[in-house]
Design a binder for this molecule. Structure first.
Ligand code: ATP
Ligand code: K
Ligand code: MG
Length: 697
């Protein structure tokens, strides 16, 4: 786990040479995408495509749809055809570049996947060499040092170190062993470095994590998101409205005795329909998913990325997300008159089977204090920690039960022990215990009480450190209008201290796994969109319930399957980056739509006076363009060029600032709206001067 909380640098995955190749391939793709089946998916550009065909016809036969005015209709119509054609190609190019960036990433992943041979375990215990594609869910396989793990699975036997760099890019090997929730899940395509493992296959061929990742980044399984569909419909409706308006123009023009040619009508139509946003829309969506992937996060749907942009509530757990996670034993504090030696001994006894970082650190501290065991661990039984009981410990054969855990949980345990034993002994619950509990909690630490049967010996102080810089990140979230809620199984005092120090808006202490779902449901019932991170199997239901669930790659298969995003670096604070990307995606789309529509004003002023030049609408001719033909051509050339000019912005997204959605909307409408009105006036005028100077019109 990376404790760093500074905003990550996006991975640069294209070098100069690579991007030259990308542009060349994308240019070819732009022509392949001219296929009508593909063009139909984009109603705005489809209209431009049809327009191109019609203007091509009137280039060959200028009088096909009636007489054409002008000196050289062939040249003029030919130029319009060329510009319209380029408009369509530019739009296709934008989409191809966005897709190409994902493909490069998919190729890198695919190279990790080989058609490895698998050693399938047969009923008699022997192994049989089979192709990895022959493996099915439930099969058991054996992998030995050096093998590529042929499928996703769960370790059921053995212990080994595995190199997961093919997926995470992180070269440090990870330990895999059965039992423990997290360390037992392995991913197909990773390599086993040492020893051997018996694995139960959990995914059929082609359904594995790597397969899903490849098809996702490749965009193969990308479907339009609800927002994108809504915008596409809106653009299609706008296009229809303009189509109707333009269709009435010939009648009007006959009245005023100023006939308009079909090529000019189509030029006017294309200039007015929202080709800029229509041409860039799908590139913006693909680039959003790609940006998430560059942060080493795999999103299972564009919908999830978009939902990130609308998140109102962010749910985080305390340990490991807000704090560094390696919560370590700092000190043992004896109570009830026990000696330090005795407390260290009970601490050791309670933790010899505890594999959690907390448990291991307690063993270490106890051994440092000279504690030793005076029973054979083989005769004893480990009681695993669970978030429900909030305790862990050891049972000895002679009915001796040693426990450590949350102070109230241990108090309850001690009471029940004294009751069930039938003794009349009074349980010693001294104020000393409570004051120690409070003192540790006020430091933001986690107090764990230690007991043997019904006697409490002392308290372990687990020190929890807040990740540096996390406060700034929460401040940033607040400015974005996102409420942060910390959920923790820890006690109220510790929770409030950490919550205060980290600067979260709200916290819930002593939370059980069920509480997590409940919190999400409550927020959702108020119409909020909720994001959460998690890694354990018991997080899976909550991850599925949240609108955006981010699973840690180190997490269990169940968590990864329930989530709609997987963070390959297993850094829970990355949710903050993902939210930023989601917001950026929505803002970019909004900004370019605003820009695209605002452009129309200049195009009206360029083309309409030119069309009706003969009937004295001179007052409208504020742009003073050279001629009817140069006006039409200038507006169209601007309209075409603005698409490639905006590709970089569509791909990288507009600059993001941590403001609320409303503030951002106002800001962008101002910048892109105003820019969208002013820029084309200047650009069209310049193009007009240029084409006149080279004698095109
Ligand atoms: N290994 C352990 N053995 C015994 N008790 C533990 C152990 N780990 C944690 N506890 C106790 O159980 C409580 C609940 O643990 P849980 O994992 O649900 O929450 P947490 O780790 O405190 O916070 P978070 O929910 O943010 O992870 C802890 O606050 C602590 O008192
Ligand atoms: K347009
Ligand atoms: Mg925990």
């Amino acid at each position: 786990m990376t404790p760093s909380t500074k905003p990550r640098q996006e991975r640069k995955h294209t070098t100069k040479a690579k991007s030259a190749g990308l542009y060349r391939r994308s240019f070819q793709q732009a022509f392949v995408k001219l296929h009508p089946r593909n063009m139909l998916k984009n109603p705005v550009m489809f209209v431009v495509w049809l327009g191109t065909i019609i203007t091509a016809l009137v280039t060959i036969a200028p009088n096909l749809f009636g007489p054409t005015p002008g000196d050289n209709p062939r040249l003029f119509n030919g130029l319009i055809t060329l510009i319209l054609f380029l408009t369509v190609v530019f739009a296709n190019f934008a989409e191809a570049v966005a897709e190409g960036r994902g493909k490069a990433q998919a190729d890198a992943l695919r190279s990790a996947k080989s058609d490895a041979k698998a050693k399938k375990l047969l009923a008699d215990g022997s192994t049989q060499e089979v192709s990895s594609t022959a493996l099915r869910r439930g099969d058991q396989i054996k992998v030995i040092a050096g093998d590529i793990i042929p499928a996703d699975g769960e370790v059921i036997k053995g212990i080994a170190s595995v190199d997961e760099s093919a997926i995470t890019g992180e070269s440090a090997p990870v330990l895999k062993e059965p039992g423990s929730d997290i360390a037992s899940s392995v991913t197909g395509g990773t390599r086993i470095n040492s020893d051997e493992l018996i694995i139960r296959v959990t995914a059929d061929p082609g359904q594995g994590f790597l397969d899903r990742m490849i098809s996702l980044v490749e965009g193969a399984s990308r479907s339009k998101t609800p927002n994108e569909i809504a915008l596409t419909v809106l653009l299609a409706v706008l296009t229809q409205v303009f189509l109707v308006v333009i269709a009435t123009l010939p009648t009007v023009s006959v009245y005023v005795n100023s006939p308009i040619s079909i090529a000019v009508l189509i030029a006017l139509l294309v200039a007015l329909i929202p080709t800029t946003i229509g041409g860039l829309l799908s590139a913006i969506g693909i680039a959003g998913m790609d940006r998430v992937a560059q942060f080493n996060v795999i999103a299972t749907s564009g919908r999830a990325v978009e939902a990130c942009g609308d998140i109102n509530t962010l749910i985080l757990d305390k340990t490991g997300t807000i704090t560094l996670g390696n919560r370590l034993a700092e000190e043992f504090i004896p109570v009830n008159g026990h000696s330090m030696e005795k407390v260290a001994k009970v601490a050791l006894e309670s933790s010899i089977f505890d594999e959690t970082p907390e448990g291991k650190s307690i063993v270490k501290l106890a051994e440092k204090l000279g504690a030793t065991l005076d029973f054979d661990p083989k005769q004893a039984e480990g009681i695993e920690f669970s978030a429900k009981t909030r305790m862990s410990g050891t049972d000895l054969p002679n009915e001796v039960q040693i426990r450590k855990g949350a102070v109230d949980a241990i108090k309850g345990f001690v009471r029940s022990r004294s009751g069930s034993a039938g003794t009349s002994r009074n349980v010693k619950l001294t104020p000393e215990l409570d004051t120690t509990f409070e003192r540790i909690s006020r430091l933001g630490g986690t107090p764990l009480a230690l007991c043997k049967n019904d006697e409490i010996f002392g308290v372990v102080y687990l020190k929890d450190i807040i990740k540096p810089g996390i406060r700034e990140r929460f401040d940033q979230m607040r400015r974005m209008g996102i409420k942060t809620i910390m959920l923790t199984g820890d006690n109220r005092i510790t929770a409030s201290v950490i919550a205060e120090e980290a600067g979260v808006d709200d916290f819930i202490a002593e939370a059980t796994p069920e509480d997590k779902i409940e919190v999400i449901r409550t927020e959702q019932a108020q119409g909020k969109l909720v994001a959460m991170t998690g890694d354990g199997t018991n997080d899976a239901p909550a991850l599925a319930q949240a609108n955006v669930g981010v699973a840690m790659n180190t997490g269990t298969q169940a968590a990864k399957e329930a989530a709609n995003m997987v963070d390959l670096d297993s850094d829970p604070t990355k949710l903050i980056d993902i939210v930023t990307i989601g917001k950026q995606l929505l803002i970019t789309r909004g900004a370019l739509t605003t820009f695209s529509l605002a452009n129309d004003i200049a195009k009206y002023f360029a083309i309409l006076p030119a069309i009706f030049a003969g009937i004295g609408v001179g007052t409208l001719n504020i742009m003073d363009l050279a001629s009817t033909q140069s006006a039409v051509l200038s507006a169209l050339i601007y309209n075409a060029l603005v698409i490639p000019a905006l590709i970089p912005l569509a791909l990288t997204g507009v600059k993001f600032r941590p403001l609320t959605a409303d503030q951002l909307l106002q800001r962008n409408i101002f910048i892109y709206g105003l820019g969208g009105v002013v820029i084309p006036f200047i650009a069209i005028k310049i193009i007009d001067v240029l084409i006149v100077s080279i004698g095109l019109a």
